[in-house]
Every structure is written in C-alpha cells, then in structure tokens.
Design a protein around this ligand. Structure first.
Ligand code: MRU
Length: 354
C-alpha cells in the first residue's frame, strides 16, 4: 500500500505521526502528535478514524502519556493509566479502542518492576508497536480469506472506509478487495459516499484510485437502484463492534445496504478482526452508538446544506445490522458462516474481548 496512515517516530521519547484524514483528498498532510490530549482530539475529530486505526493510535497515545512522566516508574505508570482512561472517552462505538487500551493497561501492570522509567516506556512502546504490527498481519489474513469469496470480475459495493486509512495497513473490507485485485480476479468497486462525513467519497475512492482498483462513486441512496439494475455482485463492509450473536455495528447507512442486499439476493459480507468482537455483549442492542454534532448534518464540509436554525437533527454515527442479514463475517482466523453465536464463538471465541 502506498499509504502510511500511522507511524511512531523515534524511540522514547518519540512522537506519533498520522495522515490527517480530515483534509483528504484535497491535501495529504501529516499530523505530529506529542501529547495525550492531541491524540484524544485527533481521534474525536476523525483525523484518525476506522476501528483498528483508532486502537493503534490510542495505544501509542498511552506511550505519549507515559514518556511525559519519566521521573520514576510509578509516575510513568500513573500517567499511562490516566492516558488510557482519558483516551477511552474519545469515541464510544469502536471496541478496538477499548481492546487496545486493555492491552496497554495489562502491559503497564506487568512492567511495574522495570529497571527505570525509560525501560518502562520502551516496554509500552513495544506493546503499541506489536498492536500496530499485528494489525498489518491481520488485515493481510482477512484479505486472503475474503478474496476467495468474490467471483472473477465481481462488482463489489462498499460503504464508508475500511481500508488502509482505517487500519495499520491494507484494510479489512478493502483488504479483501485489494487481495482479489492483486490475484488478478478483476474486481471493481462501487463506493458509497457515506454522508455526513463522506469517508466513502473522500477516503475509499481516494485510496482505491491510488492502488489502481477501478472504482465508481455513488451517493448512499443509489445503492438500491444499483442492485436492482444488476450492478452489484457482493457487498463488503467493515465493522466497529460485533456482538456475540453476530450483530454488526458499522457506519450509519450500512443497515440500509444490508436490507437491500437481502431483497436482491446479493451476499452481504462483513470483514473484521477478532479485536472488533465484543463477546461481553449478547446482541447489537447493547452496542453504544455514538451521536455526533448536528452541524455535520446541517453542513457538508464547509457548505451550508440546510436551514441552520429551527430544524431538528439526529446524527447517529453508526447503525446495527442484525446477524440474520449478514451472509458471512471474514476474520483473520477464518470465515464465520452462517452467522450466529455458536459460529462466532467457534472462530473468534479464544481471541476476542470478553
Ligand atoms: O466514523 P469512522 O470513520 O471511524 O467509521 C469507520 C467505519 O465505520 C469503518 O467501517 C469501521 O471502523 C471499520 S474500519 C476497518
């Protein structure tokens, strides 16, 4: 992938460098983060977004917290835990955030006997880097499993951005598409623009074009007509949190595409790592859904698109697709099909958050 979404610069002390996704596709600018507050802000405002990338950024954010308090191991550990607590308030839905912070907290506990504060911080950096590296491997494995599900020449609809920009590298839903493309299967993508924040138009269309994958952009309301006209062979999306029964929270609009796919007999695939499963939740009804600033709906980027006063706005950032509409969930450990609690536990039971 030509896009390096996120990377740590230096050792301890070091800094976190991200592509500022708020500015894409007009500008490809790097953002350098030195503090926990800057990391929190970058996650909250979607400078870095997508469930796995949020987890990776938060893990490195804990290192930023610890390295700013290197007077003693105890001080660095307290700062790391405070950072984890604060970063956990940035966005509620993507469970990868909490999964990554849990890993960092466990590492804080196991490193309390470190020889000195620098060694302690280096251990935390090693853990964050492991989360980053594992995500790269995970996306490649998801890609391998997912590509096999697409027939040659498949026209695949996707929503939001579950690509290299949303992960450490390569992506989940787009990982399946990249792997199919690389194996010469000749896939084409129909990318839904994804109002209100246009992750499909700004990010998915951008990174597919960079990778040379044929992509056609449509607005979200066009997906049903595209299916009715026979322009879609499969749907693949990412996920922010998957409950034990296989219900899937993903970007608002996903549920609509799933209902339409079922109506038209089109397979609806979800691609996600084990770190996106929350086995403590029995169903999607329990998944916390982020509600964002009404201004995101009243405007489109800087353009005013609605009366600015006197109109109510509801802006949920995610919806929940019931397991019964999901043909299969593609994970790094294999494909879950059919989708139900026993099958979910069978494939990711040992690997996911409980
Ligand atoms: O609000 P965002 O842009 O963070 O939402 C992202 C999505 O909904 C993605 O589909 C999901 O996080 C999976 S990313 C591999």
């Amino acid at each position: 992938m030509p896009i390096e979404t996120i990377r740590w610069r230096g050792g301890v002390p070091g800094s976190l460098e991200l592509i500022d996704q708020r500015r894409l596709p007009q500008e490809r600018m790097l953002l350098t983060l030195q503090t926990v507050d800057e990391t929190w802000e970058a996650i909250k405002t979607l400078a870095v977004r997508g469930a796995p990338a949020i987890g990776v950024a938060a893990a490195y954010g804990v290192v930023l917290g610890a390295q700013g308090a290197r007077d003693s191991v105890d001080a660095a550990a307290a700062a790391a835990l405070a950072a984890a607590e604060h970063l956990a308030t940035s966005r509620p839905t993507a469970v990868n955030l909490f999964w990554a912070l849990d890993r960092m907290r466990a590492r804080v506990d196991s490193e309390r006997g470190a020889a000195d504060p620098s060694a302690f911080c280096e251990a935390l950096l090693a853990e964050a880097t492991a989360i980053f590296e594992e995500d790269r491997e995970t996306c490649r494995a998801i890609g391998r499993h997912g590509a096999a599900l697409f027939p040659a020449g498949a026209r695949v609809l996707t929503h939001c951005n579950a690509g290299g920009l949303a992960t450490a590298d390569y992506g989940t839903a787009l990982g399946c598409i990249y792997a199919a493309h690389e194996s010469g299967r000749g896939v084409e993508v129909l990318a839904c623009e994804t109002r209100p924040l246009l992750q499909g138009a700004r990010l998915t269309a951008y990174e597919l074009r960079e990778a040379g994958v044929p992509v056609t952009l449509i607005t979200d309301g066009m997906s049903g007509f595209a299916m009715q006209r026979g322009k879609v062979d499969a749907v693949v999306v990412g996920a922010d949190r998957i409950a034990r029964n296989g219900d899937v929270a993903n970007k608002i609009g996903t549920y609509t595409h799933a209902v339409l796919a079922r109506r038209h007999g089109i397979p609806f695939y979800v691609a996600a790592p084990a770190s996106t499963f929350d086995l403590s939740l029995a169903s999607g009804a329990d998944i916390p859904i982020e509600e964002r600033d009404p201004g995101e709906v009243l405007r489109c980027r800087e353009a005013v698109t609605a009366p600015q006063e006197g109109v109510g706005v509801w802006n949920p950032a995610f919806d929940v697709t019931p397991a019964e509409l999901v043909t299969a969930i593609i994970t790094e450990h294999g494909v879950i099909q059919p989708v139900g609690e026993a099958e979910v536990l069978g494939v990711v039971g040992e690997h996911a958050r409980r």
